[in-house]
Ligand binder design. Structure first.
Ligand SMILES: N[C@@H](CCC(=O)N[C@@H](CS)C(=O)NCC(=O)O)C(=O)O
Length: 209
C-alpha cells in the first residue's frame, strides 16, 4: 500500500521526505497543499493540527513531523538503512537534524532563500533586512555544523544517513542565493560534503525548482 503524502511543491521539509522515499524506492501518492495559502486549505488541520507540511498517511496510520516520517519510512520499507547502528553516529545524526530544524531552517531558508530567490521568482521584492539578518544567523549555524560533521564522507559517518537529506535540502536552497553560496564556501568541511552530495539522484530527482 502506497503512503499518501500531503505536501507543498516548494517545501524543503517535503523534499526531505521525497528524497528519503527515492533512496528507499518507495512510491507515494502526493496531495498538494499550500500551507501558506490564505484562507488556509479547508479541513487540512485534520492531517496536521499546526497547518504545516508534510503529513503522511500509510493505511490507517497518520504521522506528521518530518523526522518522524523519515524514520518511519526508513524502518518500515526495505532498501538500504539510512540510520547508523553505531550509537554515537546515530546520536550525531539526530543532533544534526535537530540543529538543522532549530537553527538552519529559519535563517538559511526562510530569510535568505525566500527573500533573495523565492519571492523575486514569484514577482515580489524580497526584504534586504531579512537577508542580512539571515546571513548573520547562518554563520553561527554553519560554524556549529562544521564542528559537528564527521571527517568521513557523510555528516554522521561513512554511510549516508537521514541527516544528509535533512540538511542537504536546506543547503540546496541556501546556495541558490549568491550570498549563501559565498558564505558556505567559508566552511571547508560542509562545502566538501555538499559538493559530494548535491548531484545525488535522490536530490536531483526531487528538486522543485
Ligand atoms: N516541524 C515541522 C516543520 C514543517 C514546516 O515548517 N514546513 C513548512 C514548509 S517547508 C510549512 O508548512 N510552513 C508553513 C508556515 O510556516 O506557515 C516538520 O518537521 O515537519
Amino acid at each position: 500500500m502506497k503512503p499518501v503524502l500531503h505536501g507543498y511543491e516548494f517545501s524543503v521539509y517535503c523534499r526531505i521526505v521525497l528524497a528519503v522515499c527515492h533512496e528507499k524506492g518507495v512510491e507515494i501518492d502526493w496531495v498538494e497543499v499550500n500551507p501558506f495559502a490564505d484562507p488556509e486549505a479547508k479541513d487540512y488541520r485534520q492531517h496536521h493540527p499546526f497547518n504545516r507540511v508534510p503529513a503522511l498517511r500509510h493505511g490507517d496510520f497518520a504521522l506528521y513531523e518530518t523526522t518522524a516520517i523519515c524514520r518511519y519510512i526508513d524502518e518500515v520499507f526495505p532498501g538500504p538503512s539510512l540510520q547508523p547502528t553505531d550509537p554515537r553516529q546515530r546520536a550525531r545524526m539526530a543532533q544534526i537534524i535537530a540543529v538543522t530544524d532549530a537553527y538552519v531552517y529559519w535563517p538559511l531558508v526562510r530569510q535568505v532563500f525566500s527573500h533573495r530567490v523565492f519571492e523575486p521568482r514569484a514577482g515580489s521584492l524580497g526584504d534586504e533586512n531579512e537577508i542580512l539578518a539571515g546571513l548573520s544567523r547562518a554563520k553561527e549555524a554553519l560554524a556549529a555544523l562544521e564542528d559537528l560533521a564527521s571527517d568521513e564522507t557523510h555528516l554522521a559517518g561513512r554511510e549516508i544517513s537521514l541527516a544528509d537529506f535533512h540538511l542537504g535540502a536546506m543547503i540546496d536552497y541556501f546556495v541558490r542565493a549568491e550570498e549563501g553560496a559565498a558564505l558556505l564556501a567559508q566552511y571547508p568541511k560542509i562545502s566538501r560534503w555538499w559538493s559530494s552530495l548535491k548531484d545525488r539522484d535522490s536530490l536531483v530527482a526531487t528538486d522543485p525548482l
